[in-house]
Design a protein around this ligand. Structure first.
Ligand code: ZN
Length: 96
């Protein structure tokens, strides 16, 4: 991961544990998608309840693994939006 954004120099290097907050985005979106699509698919007669349950279980295992990078990005963007910090300091510049 780059230490900062090339375009706006937003700092990507955060304290240990900072990105644990991305779990909120990852879990929240996973739960929201399953809560919305499971009843829709169930009542539309798309498949048997057991097949849908197995599909939802597979989705709940696979989707967060795929989405975790995007969840981290969303968490970082959320933090920068709620607590703007300005650009990262230049490394190797005079004064260090
Ligand atoms: Zn940027």
């Amino acid at each position: 991961m780059e230490p900062f954004c090339e375009a706006c120099r937003a700092n990507f290097e955060r304290d240990p544990g900072f990105f644990l907050g991305s779990i909120y985005f990852n879990y929240g979106l996973t739960a929201l998608l399953v809560a919305v699509f499971y009843p829709i698919l169930l009542f539309s007669g798309w498949g048997s309840p057991n097949a849908l349950l197995a599909g939802c279980l597979a989705f709940c295992l696979a989707f967060p693994l795929w989405f975790f990078r995007y969840a981290r990005s969303l968490w970082l963007g959320f933090d920068l939006y709620m607590d703007p910090r300005g650009p990262a300091p230049h490394r190797g510049s005079a004064g260090e």
